[in-house]
Design a protein around this ligand. Structure first.
Ligand code: AMP
Ligand code: GLY
Length: 423
């Protein structure tokens, strides 16, 4: 089979590496990819939202299956684009169609879906510029902290958690009336604050059958002790030690099953990954969000624990035969630590030479923001490289990550040294 992975981050490098190990693979392509994917696949300079460019590539290279990494092209309808094109309609696409991708594309859509299918989540109401006064009244009925969410995609920045009522009202006004997050905040969801510990559950579905992948937990803040600005994710651990058998069973019964059944009932076509963000409140799972893709850097700890041939899994998903797959999961713990550019998540420089990659032998190195420049590997993004290790527990795995981080170098390199501090 010829396979194309769309995207350019650590997630796509991890997925591509796993695909590259399959006996079923003939040729592997990544668009646009990074320096890491260029070592195991052919990169093409085609953007993930350039559907015509993707089409030309798919036809020229006789691609059989496309794995969509990020949410943007899914929310923009890349799967529908394939289905509606005579030359592309027989190519398998892993990723939901546009209508189903709204689970990530619109928070209000996701909340309504959860209400309809009795999936546990925070109580909420949503508001627009016309109902801003009602929004102030609703805030007055809540206790702090106040949770305000821009309805649309806002590059992970659209959620505000505020302690002060007046500040919450001011932010609501700025989101609804001053387009704080552009059109993404034309509608704002205000919801009950959930107090608990976060984890993520990853599900594969072919629209009817599902398989649950290992849980993971990421570390979103830039600073140690989970302080400072939000990032795309500074590291991750899988499995999550506090998610025991009985809690996982609750997640499956109360969240995963009604989600997959709900998609079918609502005629939302879904072949792909579902990333369910959860908070454990007491002993109960509550959904904080759906993403219609894998997480990054969660993929860098979840995928290395899958022992199956990933191409077998993807093919079964595309054919509606996921029930025929028996997942085989490595019981060890995987951890990943992300090295980022100095200044990230605010302004940072690119083009810094990265050295030491080849001296890392006993861990996996996943490139995120890197590119080749004159034969050298240089930084090309905020998140630069993730190092993933396996161990008997998260402490052992992390120790290996940190030992190997010492071998890596680029100007301004920073990483968190406290992952797992809260476990
Ligand atoms: P989201 O983009 O929906 O994942 O929200 C970003 C982050 O805000 C989450 O990872 C949580 O840490 C936090 N968050 C979102 N919703 C809530 C909530 N209802 N209660 C507490 N924290 C929340
Ligand atoms: N690490 C969080 C995400 O991928 O959305």
């Amino acid at each position: 089979m010829n396979i194309l992975v769309l995207g350019s981050g650590g997630r796509e490098h991890a997925i591509a590496l796993k695909i590259s190990q399959s006996a079923k693979l003939e040729q592997l392509f990544v668009a646009p990819g990074n320096a890491g994917t260029s070592e195991i696949a052919t990169n093409f300079e085609v953007g993930v939202n350039d559907f015509e460019g993707v089409k030309a590539l798919v036809l020229r290279e006789k691609i059989d299956l496309v794995v969509v990494g990020p949410e943007d092209p899914l929310v923009n309808g890349v799967h529908d684009f394939f289905l509606n094109d005579d030359a592309l309609k027989d190519v398998s696409v892993i990723g939901p169609q546009k209508a189903a991708a709204e689970l990530e594309g619109s928070k209000e859509f996701a909340k309504e879906f959860m209400m309809r299918h009795q999936i546990p989540t925070a109580a909420y109401e949503s508001f627009t510029s016309e109902t801003v006064e009602k929004g102030y009244d609703f805030l007055e009925t809540l206790k702090p902290p106040y949770v305000l969410k821009a309805d649309g995609l806002a590059a992970g920045k659209g959620v505000l958690i505020l302690q002060d009522l007046d500040e919450a009202k001011a932010e609501l006004k700025s989101m609804l009336l001053d387009s704080k997050f552009g059109s993404a905040s034309a509608t704002v969801v205000i919801e009950e604050f959930l107090d608990g510990i976060e984890l993520s559950c990853f599900v594969l579905t072919d629209g009817t059958n599902y398989k649950i992948l290992p849980t993971a937990k990421d570390y979103k803040r830039i600073g140690e002790g989970d302080t400072g600005l939000n990032t795309g994710g500074m590291g991750a651990i899988s499995p999550v030690p506090f998610a025991d058998e009985s809690f996982l069973h609750k997640i499956e019964r109360q969240v995963v099953q009604p989600t997959v059944k709900g998609l079918k009932k609502d005629k939302l076509p879904y072949v792909g990954f579902i990333f369910i963000g959860l908070i454990k409140v007491g002993e109960e799972p509550k959904v904080i969000e759906y993403n219609v893709r894998m997480g990054d850097p969660e993929t860098e700890v979840v995928v290395p624990r899958i022992k199956n041939d990933l191409v077998d899994i993807l093919t079964a998903m595309a054919k509606g035969k996921l029930n025929e797959i028996n997942l085989d999961i490595d019981q060890r713990t995987a951890t990943t630590v992300m090295a980022v550019s100095g200044g990230y998540p605010e302004a940072y420089e690119k083009g810094k030479e990265i050295t030491g990659i080849e001296s890392i032998k006993d861990s996996l190195v996943f490139h995120a923001g890197t590119k080749k420049d004159d034969g050298k590997v240089v930084t090309n993004g905020g998140r630069v490289i993730a190092i993933t290790s396996l161990g008997n527990d998260f402490q052992e795995a992390l120790q290996k990550c940190y030992q190997n981080m010492e071998k890596l170098h680029f100007d301004g390199m920073y990483y968190r040294k406290d992952l797992g501090f809260d476990l």
